[in-house]
Design a binder for this molecule. Structure first.
Ligand SMILES: [Zn+2]
Length: 762
C-alpha cells in the first residue's frame, strides 16, 4: 500500500502542475457591452482587423508602415481624439553603449491627446511598426488595438480625470526603440510625461504579464492589484528581465525615472517575429486580459497623484491569477530569519531521541542531493535526445515526450532521496533549506525571495503548531500539516516550471527541473513516512527510470521542427566586390551556432557551411551556396573630407545605395579609434570599445553622410552594405526548396550588397 500512497503523491504534484498551468492562462473574461465603459474584446478585434488591413509586414519607413499609420490616425479621428504625427531622425545611443550597435532611422510617431488637460499625462505606449518578416498582429498591433479600445472605454465613462491621458504609438521599435528615442529626445514632448503604461507582445497567447515596473514599485503593485480583475506578475520577472538582452520602448522611459508599468504576453513564442504573427493566431482571452490591464491601470492612474507613486520596493508573486500576496522587500530578510528560527525550534521539539531519524548529515544533504540529481539528469536527457536527433533543440516542435521524461525523472529522484532520511529528518531539512534560501535570496536577490519565503511562512506556522499536538509530526494532524505546506511550495514553484518552458522551451531544462525539485522536496517527508520494502523501492525506481529512458529516446526520434513549429531560416542573396555572388541560408536567429538545414534545400542550392557567411561582415556562420554572376550595383562611398586637425582626424563619408535600399550598414572597426560619430544632427560618442556597427534602417538612409572623428590617422578600411528586405524574383526557386517546416523570421529573406572603402593617410 505504501507504494500506491507514494505514487498518489506523485499524482498530487502532477495535479498541481495542471492547476498552475490553468492559473498561468488568462481566465475566461465576461462578455461586455461594446458601447459600455468596460474593455470590449470584440471591439478590439475589429479595430485590429481595420488597422492591420491586408496583414503585411510594415517595418519602419516602408509604404505599408505609412499605410498602417494612416489607418491608426483614422481610428483616433473616428473616436473624436485629436492625434498628430511627429517625424524625426534619431539614433539610439544606449544600444551603442550596451552592444556596440547603433540603430538609426527616420521615424514617425503618433501622439494622441485622449483626455486633454494641463499638467503631466498618463501615457499609454505601444509600437505600430513590425519586423520585416512578419505582419506583427500580436507584436505589437494587438497593443495598438488595445489602446484604441481603451480610449473608447475611457471616453464612454465621461469621468473626471486628475491628469491628461496621452497615447504614444511609436514607430521603429523593432529597429532599436527608435520611436521612443525620438520622442524622449524632444524636450517638449518628454516634459508632458507623468507615468507610463507600455503594452507589448513576445508571443501570441498566454497571460498579459506585468513583467516590469519602475524601481520603488510598492505603490504601483498595490494600484495594479486593485485595478485589474486577474493578476499575473512576480517580483522575479523584473529581476530576470534585467539580465535579458531584450528591450522594449519602456527601457528608455525607465532610464528617465518615470513611474511605469510594462505588460506583455509571451506564450507561443515560436511565432514571435515571424510570418505566423497573424490575427488568426492571436488569442482572444489574451487580448481581453491585455485590455483589462491597460484600462484598469490607466483608470486608476488618472486619479492618482504621481508623487504618491514613489515608494519602496515590494516582493510579490501572483497565485493562480486570483491573489497577489506582497510585502515590502525590507520585510523579506527579517521574516525569512524568523521562519528559519521557528522551523528549527519545531524540528528540535519534535526530534526523536531513539535514533530512528537516521544520521543528521544524511537529512541535511537530502535537498541538495535532489537538486544536483535533477540538474544532472536534465543534462543527461538533453544530451541523449540531442545525440539521437542531431538538432540543438530536438524537443522544439514536440515537447511532450521530453516534458514527461523530465517530470518523471524529477519524481524518480525525489523517491530516491526520500530514502536518505525519515519523515522528521526530511521535513526539518527540506524546510530549513527553504527558509535558509529565503534568507539568502532576501539578502542578495529580493525579487526571488517570495518563492522561498511565502511557502516557508505557511510551513513555519503549520510545523510549529503541529509540534505541540499529540503525535507531533507523525500524527495525522502533523502529516496533514506537512502535506498542506508542500502544497504551498508546489503552488509557488510549479508556475515557474510552466512559465520557464513557455519562455525558453525545454532546451533550458534546468528551468524545468530546478523549480520542480524545489517544489517536490517538500513532499519527501511524506514519501519517507511510508517505508517500503527494498524490492518495492527498487521496482519503483526501475520503472521510473526505464520510462524516462524510453520517452527520452522518443523525444530524440521526433523531428525537431514541424509545419506548426517551423525552423527560423532566412535566405539571403549576398554580393560584394571580391567574391562571386552567394546565397546564405541563415539559421542563426539569436543562437550562437547555426543549425543543420534540410537536405532538399541543401541540395537545391549546393549549400556548404561557412564560418564567415557574410564574407568579412562578421555576422556569424551559415550555409553558403554559389549564386552565379553578380546582378546588382553595389553601394558606393565618397570620402568628402579627411583631415587631421589638432591631432584628431575628421572624416566626412557619404554612402549611397540604390532606390531599393531598406537599410544601410556601416562598420567602424575598433582600430579606427572612433571618438564620435555625427549623422544628421545626432552625435554619438560610443563608450564600448570594439567595432561600432551602425544600422540606418529607413529608406532615406540610401544617401547619408557620416561625420567620423577618429584618433587613428593611418590607413583604415570601413565596410558598409545595403540591405533590401524580401527575396528577389530569381530566388523563388530556392525559396520553394525551403521545407514547409522552415520560415523566414526577424529581418527575413533579402539582399545584402556589401562594399568597403579605404581611408588612406590624409
Ligand atoms: Zn514589440
Amino acid at each position: 500500500m505504501a507504494v500506491v500512497r507514494i505514487w498518489l503523491l506523485g499524482l498530487v504534484a502532477l495535479g498541481m502542475w495542471f492547476v498552475c498551468l490553468w492559473g498561468s492562462e488568462p481566465h475566461k473574461p465576461p462578455v461586455v457591452s461594446p458601447t459600455g465603459t468596460a474593455f470590449s474584446v470584440a471591439n478590439a478585434e475589429q479595430v485590429l482587423a481595420r488597422v492591420l488591413g491586408p496583414e503585411k509586414p510594415h517595418p519602419v519607413s516602408s509604404p505599408e508602415n505609412a499605410a498602417v499609420r494612416a489607418r491608426i490616425l483614422k481610428e483616433f479621428a473616428a473616436l473624436g481624439v485629436p492625434a498628430h504625427t511627429y517625424t524625426a531622425f534619431t539614433c539610439n545611443e544606449q544600444d551603442a553603449r550596451k552592444f556596440g550597435l547603433l540603430p538609426c532611422a527616420t521615424v514617425t510617431d503618433i501622439i494622441a491627446d485622449v483626455v486633454p488637460g494641463r499638467g503631466k499625462a498618463v501615457v499609454m505606449l505601444a509600437h505600430y511598426d513590425s519586423v520585416p518578416a512578419g505582419p506583427g498582429a500580436s507584436d505589437d498591433e494587438s497593443s495598438v488595438a488595445t489602446i484604441l479600445e481603451t480610449v473608447r472605454a475611457l471616453k464612454a465613462a465621461h469621468g473626471t480625470s486628475r491628469h491628461p491621458v496621452m497615447a504614444v504609438i511609436t514607430d521603429g521599435e523593432e529597429a532599436g526603440l527608435l520611436g521612443a528615442n525620438a520622442f524622449l529626445q524632444n524636450a517638449a514632448l518628454k516634459a508632458r510625461v507623468g507615468a507610463v503604461v507600455n503594452v507589448e507582445a513576445r508571443g501570441t497567447r498566454g497571460a498579459s504579464l506585468l513583467f516590469q515596473t519602475s524601481a520603488g514599485d510598492s505603490k504601483l503593485i498595490d494600484l495594479y492589484a486593485h485595478s485589474v480583475p486577474f493578476t499575473s506578475t512576480s517580483s522575479l520577472y523584473a529581476e530576470i528581465y534585467k539580465f535579458l538582452p531584450n528591450d522594449t520602448d519602456l527601457t528608455l522611459f525607465l532610464a528617465d525615472g518615470f513611474p511605469a508599468y510594462n505588460f506583455a504576453f509571451s506564450e507561443n513564442v515560436r511565432y514571435y517575429h515571424s510570418p505566423f504573427d497573424t490575427r488568426r493566431n492571436l488569442s482572444r482571452a489574451t487580448l481581453k486580459m491585455h485590455g483589462d490591464n491597460l484600462l484598469g491601470v490607466v483608470r486608476s492612474l488618472q486619479q492618482t497623484d504621481f508623487a504618491a507613486l514613489k515608494g519602496s520596493n515590494d516582493v510579490y508573486m501572483s497565485v493562480l491569477g486570483l491573489w497577489l500576496p506582497r510585502m515590502p522587500a525590507a520585510w523579506a530578510l527579517p521574516l525569512s530569519i524568523l521562519c528559519f528560527v521557528v522551523i528549527a525550534i519545531a524540528g528540535w521539539v519534535t526530534r526523536k531521541r531513539d535514533g530512528t531519524d537516521g544520521p543528521m548529515w544524511s537529512a541535511v544533504l537530502m535537498p541538495p542531493a535532489l537538486l544536483a540529481g535533477c540538474v544532472a539528469i536534465g543534462f543527461a536527457l538533453a544530451f541523449v535526445a540531442q545525440t539521437i536527433s542531431g538538432m540543438p533543440d530536438p524537443t522544439y516542435a514536440y515537447p511532450l515526450p521530453m516534458r514527461i521524461a523530465l517530470g518523471l525523472s524529477v519524481w524518480g529522484m525525489t523517491m530516491l532521496v526520500a530514502r536518505m532520511t525519515s519523515l522528521h529528518g526530511a521535513a526539518t531539512s527540506a524546510w530549513l533549506w527553504m527558509a535558509g534560501l529565503a534568507v539568502v535570496s532576501a539578502a542578495t536577490l529580493p525579487g526571488l525571495s517570495p518563492y522561498f519565503l511565502f511557502p516557508s511562512i505557511v510551513a513555519a506556522v503549520l510545523l510549529f503548531v503541529s509540534a505541540f499536538v499529540p503525535g507531533k509530526w507523525d500524527g495525522l494532524f502533523g502529516r496533514v500539516a506537512i502535506f498542506i505546506a508542500a502544497l504551498a511550495a508546489l503552488l509557488s514553484w510549479m508556475p515557474l516550471v510552466v512559465n520557464g518552458e513557455t519562455l525558453m522551451g525545454l532546451r533550458l531544462h534546468p528551468l524545468f527541473t530546478v523549480p520542480a525539485a524545489f517544489g517536490l522536496m517538500t513532499l519527501a517527508p511524506l514519501i519517507a513516512a511510508w517505508p517500503r520494502r527494498h524490492l518495492n523501492w527498487l521496482s519503483c525506481e526501475t520503472f521510473a527510470f526505464i520510462a524516462v529512458a524510453a520517452v527520452t529516446i522518443l523525444a530524440g526520434l521526433h523531428p525537431a521542427y514541424s509545419k506548426a513549429s517551423p525552423q527560423r531560416l532566412n535566405l539571403i542573396y549576398f554580393e560584394n566586390a571580391k567574391l562571386p555572388a552567394r546565397w546564405i541560408a541563415d539559421t542563426s536567429w539569436k543562437a550562437k551556432a547555426p543549425e543543420p538545414i534540410s537536405a532538399p534545400l541543401r541540395k537545391a542550392g549546393g549549400f556548404k557551411r561557412d564560418a564567415d557567411a557574410y564574407a568579412g561582415l562578421h555576422l556569424g556562420a551559415g550555409d553558403v551556396a554559389p549564386a552565379g554572376t553578380p546582378r546588382y550595383p553595389l553601394p558606393t562611398a565618397t570620402i568628402v573630407k579627411d583631415q587631421v586637425e589638432n591631432g584628431v582626424r575628421h572624416v566626412a563619408l557619404r554612402l549611397q545605395g540604390s532606390d531599393a535600399t531598406d537599410a544601410m550598414f556601416l562598420i567602424v572597426p575598433k582600430e579606427a579609434q572612433l571618438v564620435s560619430l555625427d549623422m544628421r544632427g545626432q552625435r554619438i560618442a560610443p563608450t564600448k570599445s570594439g567595432d561600432l556597427r551602425v544600422i540606418c534602417a529607413s529608406r532615406d538612409c540610401n544617401d547619408v553622410t557620416f561625420g567620423l572623428t577618429l584618433r587613428n590617422a593611418g590607413p583604415v578600411t570601413l565596410k558598409f552594405a545595403e540591405r533590401r528586405y524580401g527575396l528577389p524574383a530569381f530566388g523563388a526557386k530556392l525559396a520553394a526548396a525551403r521545407p514547409l517546416w522552415a520560415m523566414p523570421s526577424q529581418s527575413g529573406d533579402g539582399v545584402f550588397l556589401a562594399n568597403e572603402v579605404k581611408l588612406t593617410s590624409p
